[in-house]
Design a protein around this ligand. Structure first.
Ligand SMILES: *Cc1c(COP(=O)(O)O)cnc(C)c1O
Length: 424
């Protein structure tokens, strides 16, 4: 596939924008090569600026669960835009989308919309500190919750290593308040609470991890985490920015039957427009201004276009059989991959949950960041480029989730599996 226009655009972009991109993963640093520039998408397919077409498993990193340019979403966004892109005052759209979210997500009674998942987790932490009067945050190694200072921390080895920031420019005083624990390890959690009892404001977790590759939590681990945090008077935050409206209509909390104190949402609930949200019980949300003393605001929060696109998406997802269909398509891809690796005796693991999947080369099981990091990076890199040649656009890193949308057909999956055979 030729991509001279992408090359040219990327050359200009690198002069004007750091690394040529507005979010680092888009720069393909992990796999090398020139990132493709896209100009349109339709259903499961995207078209680059040189006229090449691909089956898309990035789906804008999660939001596009209905596929690209779904007619209901396009119509809703167009109608809202024509009436006025923003008022900085309440609109009916916010009420409708809030109603849909509250009705869908079991643990949310009241919700506040923001503009990104980062803002959602940042605000949820502030709420946890406001409600508990405590300061420490516990997160998991390999858990990504946006780029807020306190959460850009990941721990070296060992149990509750007090945070060493991954990123330059993070206030070390903030990072010190973040404790990092290994995922799926309840014993580690117990030890951390023994050492820091009554000082931890909240535990924040992706109940189905999507940012160390897909790693679902063990059910006993989530149940244990719920029990311990409740006993300790510490709030449990589910970051469902990916899993919300994906793992099930009510998110991972519906799948596991484990309910957090605070839920963070994003991605899908904006239908492809910038959005985030955090929600909880009425009692907890009463800490948020103007009801309470915890300040949090946003000029474009609850933006009518994003709310309209989000509501159109959620209404579509509420139809019967949606998630059964998504689960089936995902299983067809996951099982098909496993079969190919079996036949070809390629050492690899496929982890999946409804609508999301990661293939780890060279490892036989992945349950946390340490085991994820054992994957064969080099093999993924050459696989990524071969798949591209065969018309399949995968996330450009072995630690990302492939996103399956409702627009992906059984034929798309068959074509993808054929591309995998050819690539191997
Ligand atoms: C994408 C993501 C975020 C951050 O959302 P942004 O809209 O990119 O700020 C937070 N948490 C998780 C689990 C995510 O996948």
């Amino acid at each position: 596939m030729e991509n001279p226009t992408s090359q040219k655009l990327f050359d200009s972009a690198t002069e004007l924008i750091p690394g040529g991109v507005n979010s680092p993963a888009r720069a393909w640093r992990s796999v090398g090569g020139t990132p493709l520039f896209f100009e349109s998408g339709q259903g499961s397919r995207i078209n680059d600026v040189d006229g090449n077409s691909y089956i898309d498993y990035v789906c804008s990193w999660g939001p596009l669960i209905l596929g690209h340019s779904h007619p209901d979403v396009v119509q809703a966004a167009q109608d809202a835009t024509a009436k006025g892109a923003s008022f900085g005052a309440p609109t009916a759209y916010e009420v409708e989308t809030a109603r849909l979210v509250v009705d869908a997500v079991p643990s949310i009674e009241m919700v506040r919309f923001v503009n990104s998942g980062t803002e959602a987790t940042m605000s949820a932490m502030r709420l946890a500190r406001a409600a508990t009067g405590r300061n420490l945050i516990l997160k998991f190694d390999g858990g990504y919750h946006g780029h807020d200072d306190a959460l850009l921390v990941r721990a070296g080895s060992g149990l509750a290593t007090s945070g060493i920031a991954d990123s330059a420019g993070v206030n070390p005083k903030l990072a010190e308040d973040t404790i990092v624990a290994p995922y799926n390890d309840l014993e580690a959690i117990e030890q951390i609470f023994d050492a820091h009892s009554e000082r931890i404001a909240c535990v924040i977790i992706e109940p189905i991890a999507g940012n160390m590759g897909v790693v679902p939590a063990d059910p006993e681990f989530l149940t244990g985490l719920r029990r311990i945090t409740a006993d300790e008077g510490c709030l449990l935050i589910f970051d469902e920015v990916i899993s919300g409206f994906r793992a099930a209509f009510g998110g991972a909390q519906e799948v596991y039957g484990v309910y957090p104190d605070i839920t963070c949402l994003g991605k899908i609930i904006g239908g492809g427009f910038p959005v985030g949200a955090y929600g909880a019980s009425v009692e907890l949300m009463s800490h948020v201004a103007p009801l309470g003393p915890m300040y949090q605001a946003g000029t474009l929060s609850g933006n009518p276009v994003a709310m309209a696109a989000g509501a159109a998406t959620i209404r579509h997802l509420a139809k019967p059989d949606t998630y059964a269909r998504l689960a089936l398509t995902t299983a067809q891809l996951a099982d098909g991959l496993r079969e190919i690796f079996n036949e070809t005796e390629t050492p690899a693991t496929v982890n999946h949950a409804t609508g999301m999947l990661t293939l780890f080369f060279g490892v036989d099981s992945v349950k946390d960041m340490t085991t994820a990091a054992n994957n064969d990076h080099q093999q993924f890199t050459s696989f990524f480029h071969k798949m591209l040649e065969h018309g399949v656009y995968l996330p450009p890193s072995p630690y990302e989730a492939w996103f399956i949308s409702l627009a992906h057909t059984s034929e798309d999956i068959d074509a993808t599996l054929q591309a995998v055979r050819d690539s191997l």
